[in-house]
Every structure is written in C-alpha cells, then in structure tokens.
Design a protein around this ligand. Structure first.
Ligand SMILES: Cc1cc2nc3c(=O)[nH]c(=O)nc-3n(C[C@H](O)[C@H](O)[C@H](O)COP(=O)(O)OP(=O)(O)OC[C@H]3O[C@@H](n4cnc5c(N)ncnc54)[C@H](O)[C@@H]3O)c2cc1C
Length: 423
C-alpha cells in the first residue's frame, strides 16, 4: 500500500514553503514576469507555485476555459463517472493566487526578444517562460487514420469531445461487438492507460453487453505490470479481453473507415467500436520553437527543467524527455514544482532546495480493484537525465481488501492533485 512519506507531503505543501522563503526586499520591487503556456496539469501547477511566491507576475495562456482531466476519463467511458466530474476551472488560480489567465492560444515564441505572440495578435513579454503544451498526435503512421478519421475512430487520448464521442459509440454499439483498442508505440501519455481502458470497458460490457469483447492490438510485445493486468482480466472478465502483441500481428498498419476495420500485417479486425490511439510527440508549439530534438520530445535540465536547447525557457509535463519518469499527471505536477523553485531562485534570489520527483499512478482493473505504481526519482546532473530511485507496485495475489483500499485512495488522490494543481 502507498503511504505518503514526509518528503512527499512537504512537496505537496510546497506552496506555503515557497511563499515563506522569497526575500521581503524582492516583494516590494516591480515583479519579474513569467509567462506559462498551457493550462494543463504541468502548466497550471507551475503557474500556481510561481504566483504563490508573491514576487513574480504570472500570466497563464490556455485557450480552454475549462480543463477536463484525462485521469479518470476511463471511468467516464465505462459509465462510472459523469463527464462534468472531470472538469476543472481556472477561477482559483486567478482569484486566490493572482495568476492572470488569458484564454487564447500562443501562436509563436520569440526566444531572442523574449515575447509570446498570442493568436489574437497581442505580445506578452517575459523574463522566463514555462511551456507545458502536452502531446501532439503524429498522424501518418497508420494509413487512413488522420485527424478527420478520429471522428469515426476516436483516440480519446485528450479528455473532451473525443471522450464524449467514444462514450456515445460504446453506449450505442450492439451486444456481441468487438471494441478494438490500438495501442501506440512508446513513448506515449499514460503508459498503463490503454490497459486500464480495456479493463473498465470490459466491466461496462460485463454489466450491459455481456456478449461483447475487447481486443487490444499493441505496438509492443510487453507492457507493465502485465502480470497484474492479466491476473485481473482472468478474475473479472474471463474470455472477454484479448491482447495481441506486435510480434503476432506486425502492428496496426491501416484502417478502413467504411467497414470500421483495423488492419495489421497479420490480419484485418472488424470493430463495432475502434479506439485508435496515434503515436505521439511534444506539443506543436514546442516543435515549432525548436525545443524538440530528433526524438520529437524536449530535452531539459533534469533539476531546473530549463530547455537544453533554449535558455530561459522551461518545459514540464508530457512534452519533455523525462528519463525514467513516465508521462503522467502526477509527473507533470511533480516536475512543475522544482521548475517553479528554480525560476524563483533565478528571478528573485530565493533559496533553492534539491528537487524531489515522484509519480504515483493509480490504475483501475475494476471499480473496486486498483493498483498503484509509486516511484521516486532524482535528477542525475552528470547523466543529464531523471533516474528512478525506488519503486512500489502492487502484486498479483493480494487480498481484495488491499485492492479496494487502493481504489479508495485513488479517489482521494484525484481530489488532492486537482486541488494542488488548480487551487
Ligand atoms: C486515458 C488516460 C488516463 C490517464 N490517467 C492518468 C492517471 O490516472 N494518473 C496520472 O497521473 N496521469 C494520467 N494520465 C496522463 C495525464 O493526463 C497527462 O500525463 C497529463 O495531462 C499531462 O499534463 P500536461 O500539462 O503535460 O499536458 P496537458 O494536461 O495535455 O495540458 C496541456 C495544455 O496545453 C494547452 N496548449 C497546448 N498548446 C497550446 C498553445 N499553443 N497555447 C496555449 N495553450 C496550449 C492545451 O490546451 C492543454 O490544456 C492519463 C491520460 C489518459 C489519456
């Protein structure tokens, strides 16, 4: 079972600590300006912790007025939560923390002039910039699956209209159909997410469409923790979930929208509902600003999250090369704090403490059966990467009570991270 360590708790309580260490003298001067682009988990956390210093003028640029969390969106797909329960707002960030929230897209960054151009034409000057644009989808790897095709074969890998579309498709499909999930190649947002989705959709089928099946067509030959998932599938959904690794199928090569089929090297699979999740890379603005390397992701200093390619621009969240850290909301939230502390130190001279990085991913196998993967990391300055220090993952064979308690903790985790991120 995961219990919070004092270190983790003190990181969660870091807002108060940061406000306390900013020198009074700095507070009286005109404030240095930080622009944060992207109001997802990474950007909103950075904005909140920077603003909490009281010594930095923070502007958060995010086109959406409401943010729907991907975490727990598989519950929504399975009919276990409303869509509205996933939606968070920016009011507390502006009203309680004094963040200026601008609901526009950032069109371009000029790293030399240190300005951000907004879609509406305004220019925002900055002393430091934080960019947290999340992921972009790389269409082109699967023939016939482009942006328009996601209206028929949704990815639902951003929470929003895509999730609502996939939910409607699952609700209207006839009993006896196959729900096909195409899992992209690594790295992608939320590594256990596709398998959690398979589990919770199977739970929905078991109740309402018991003759239906889930077929997972994977771009990989293994996933983690495979034994925990396969044990749960055998216990909860015998015969309902089939997982086909790339070595059996050769991977997904094409889709046929007319027949709703997913085509692999090894055969064609007819779907009642097809959930094709495209390969991913860092968000487009990071790519256009030259912040990505040949991998398509953003290299950063593992302690300060400053770009390795462009000084005074920091990046957090799914867009970065996170070393051993997976692309998750918890990781984005955890990275944003040392990033904020490093910027505060650079701009206001506040003391800097060694960063602690964590990720606890709660994954549901059934509504009352969840496991946690709790990981601690440290930045390795010499290697220039974030390294795993220790791990806890639930095991096969644990009591139902342990899994029930973990599921209960996960609900508490959702409330805690929502509060820590959006105030
Ligand atoms: C099905 C699913 C389940 C998941 N479950 C979990 C879980 O249980 N636990 C967990 O920790 N993680 C989970 N995740 C992963 C988690 O949602 C992501 O890792 C997290 O959202 C990453 O945060 P981010 O800030 O990097 O990106 P995002 O949350 O995607 O935020 C990026 C923001 O940037 C904005 N943006 C992009 N470009 C611009 C621009 N040019 N100008 C202004 N704004 C811009 C976007 O509008 C967006 O709001 C899950 C993901 C999925 C898909």
């Amino acid at each position: 079972m995961k219990t919070w360590t004092r270190r983790e708790f003190s990181t969660m309580a870091g807002v108060a600590a940061l406000a306390a260490v900013v020198p009074q003298a700095v507070r009286g001067q005109s404030k240095p300006r930080v622009v944060v682009i992207g109001g997802g988990v990474g950007g909103a956390t950075a904005a909140r912790y920077l603003a909490a210093t009281g010594a930095i003028a923070v502007t958060l640029v995010e086109p959406k007025r409401r943010y729907a969390t991907c975490f727990f969106s598989n519950h929504y797909l399975a009919g276990l939560r409303s869509f509205e329960s996933l939606v968070l707002g920016y009011e507390a960030l502006s009203e309680r923390y004094g963040v200026t929230v601008v609901h526009e897209s950032a069109a371009a960054i000029d790293p030399v002039a240190k300005t951000v151009a907004l879609d509406g034409g305004a220019q925002l000057p900055y002393e430091r910039l934080v960019l947290a644009p999340g992921v972009a989808f790389k269409f082109g790897g699967i023939d016939g699956h482009d942006e328009a095709a996601t209206e028929i074969m949704p990815h639902a890998w951003n929470a929003g209209p895509q999730s609502e579309l996939l939910r409607r498709q699952l609700e209207s499909m006839e009993d006896g159909g196959v729900f096909v999930i195409a899992v992209p190649p690594d790295p992608f947002r939320c590594p256990p997410g596709p398998y959690e989705r398979a589990s919770l959709v199977a739970h929905y089928f078991k109740q309402y469409k018991p003759k239906s099946k889930v077929l997972i067509l994977d771009a990989k030959d293994a996933f983690k923790p495979q034994d925990v998932f396969e044990d749960a599938w055998a216990r909860h959904y015998p015969g309902m979930i089939e997982w086909l690794p790339a070595q059996f199928t050769g991977g997904v090569k094409a889709v046929d929208l007319k027949t709703r089929s997913v085509i692999t090297e090894g055969g064609t699979f007819k779907a009642a509902v097809a959930n094709v999740i495209p390969a991913q890379s860092a968000g487009l603005l990071a790519q256009r600003t030259g912040l990505t390397d040949e991998s398509g992701w953003c290299p950063v200093d593992p302690a300060t999250f400053e770009s390795a390619l462009q000084p005074e621009i920091h990046l957090v969240g799914d867009a970065i090369i996170g070393g051993d850290m997976p692309k998750s909301a918890f990781s984005a939230n955890s990275q944003a704090k040392p990033c904020a502390f490093a910027i505060a130190e650079a701009l206001t001279g506040s003391p800097l403490f060694p960063p602690h990085l964590f990720n606890s991913c709660y994954t549901f196998l059934a509504p009352d059966d969840a496991f946690v993967s709790a990981l601690n990391f440290k930045p390795d300055a010499e290697a220039g990467r974030i390294e795993l220090v220790d791990t806890f993952v639930n095991k096969v064979g644990e009591s139902a009570e342990i899994r029930r308690r973990t599921a209960h903790e996960a609900v508490g985790w959702y409330a805690a991270i929502a509060h820590d991120t959006f105030g």
